[in-house]
Design a binder for this molecule. Structure first.
Ligand code: XMP
Length: 330
């Protein structure tokens, strides 16, 4: 395939079967080898579907000449950094640099309550951390990105919400881009990921915003609420998987507004946080309907959150469709 082409050829077959996925992989492995020769390639590996599929594809093509950098901004879901380290660092034997930048991000975010400012701080700090790692590496002249076709269609070729989009000039000039899935739609990327042997819970995962749990810890992020969001979200995901709802519902998560309310613990009145459950279905995220979760299911999740998550005394289910609401709260 032509690496410079930003337009999907009219006769390009939709990847709907494992055989077609395999043919695509074989073609891209060859194309990547032709493009990079014996060079090295850098990739920001978030663990999301797109960057994971690109990583697996490039490992197949060039092995340890792919250098993956996984930046943990402290706003990932429970188990995510561990899964990246296990799948890519251990099972696939990738060259993986893991950066735990949690303290750095949380320090920068301290007291920042405005949602857009939070997003900007997270995006800018991500570039800083990634650029620092990139500058430490010698002989790496290619940058791989998990750009997919909707990114090109929506933003004229620039992956607007992609974290590496705004690299400083010295790095931009140094790298040629490698974007092996840029002509694929999301379902095709998943098909390719599955054929590459990535785990289902990586390939079929629900959408997760780049700023991560940062936008689900409403207002200024505090460590206690961040941990409570992470723990309650893990409980919700566990219960969704147990019920087989994880492949049925489009997006489901918890969030914590910055409001305390009074409750009772050990016969004492104590002010604690409220956890909100959100579960929605949509086709294009422009509008969304609420999943009619069974009361017994909500009851079970509520009991677990109240028993297992520190500092939480209420659990609410958000019944608001988009519009009037949005999917996230900020
Ligand atoms: P809203 O809240 O606008 O969300 O209804 C629509 C979809 O976009 C996701 N989302 C984001 N994704 N960075 C992202 O990468 C963001 O800042 C962001 N904000 C919202 C949201 O999870 C939903 O799937």
């Amino acid at each position: 395939m032509d690496f410079n082409a930003n337009v999907r050829p009219a006769d390009m077959e939709r990847i709907t079967t494992p055989e077609l996925a395999k043919a695509f992989i074989d073609a891209q492995v060859k194309a990547v080898r032709d493009q990079v020769g014996d060079g090295r390639v850098l990739l920001a590996l978030s663990g999301g579907v797109d960057s994971s599929v690109v990583a697996a594809l490039l490992i197949k093509a060039i092995g340890k000449r792919l250098v993956c950098v996984h930046v943990n901004h402290g706003l990932l879901r429970k188990g995510e950094p561990e899964q990246v380290i296990n799948v890519f660092g251990k099972e696939l034997g990738a060259e993986l640099i893991y950066v735990d930048a949690t303290d750095r991000f949380l320090n920068k975010l301290a007291g920042v309550a405005d949602p857009e400012t939070k997003r900007k701080v997270i995006g800018a700090e991500f570039i800083n951390v990634f650029a620092e790692e990139a500058r430490k590496l010698n002989g790496v002249n290619f940058l791989a990105q998990g750009t997919i076709y909707p990114d090109i269609l929506e933003s004229n070729g620039v992956k607007a919400h992609h974290n590496v989009g705004g690299l400083p000039d010295d790095l931009k000039d140094r790298f040629a881009l490698v974007e092996p899935v840029k002509l694929l739609f999301k379902d095709e990327v998943r098909m390719v990921g599955k054929e590459l042997g990535l785990p289902d819970n990586m390939v079929f995962r629900q959408p997760f915003p780049g700023p991560g749990l940062g936008v689900r810890c409403i207002g200024a992020i505090t460590r206690d609420r961040l941990e409570a969001v992470r723990e309650s979200d893990a409980i919700l995901r566990e219960e969704f998987a147990r019920e087989g709802l994880d492949r049925k519902v489009w997006q489901y998560f918890t969030l914590i507004p910055d409001i305390k309310s009074v409750g009772v613990r050990n016969s004492k009145r104590v002010d604690e946080w409220a956890v909100v459950i959100r579960a929605v279905n949509t086709v294009d995220a422009m509008s969304a309907t609420v999943e009619p979760l069974e009361f017994a299911f909500l009851d079970r999740v509520t009991k677990r959150i109240l028993a297992e998550v520190k500092g939480v005394n209420r659990v609410l289910y958000d019944l608001s469709p988009k519009p009037a609401a949005t999917i996230e709260w900020e």
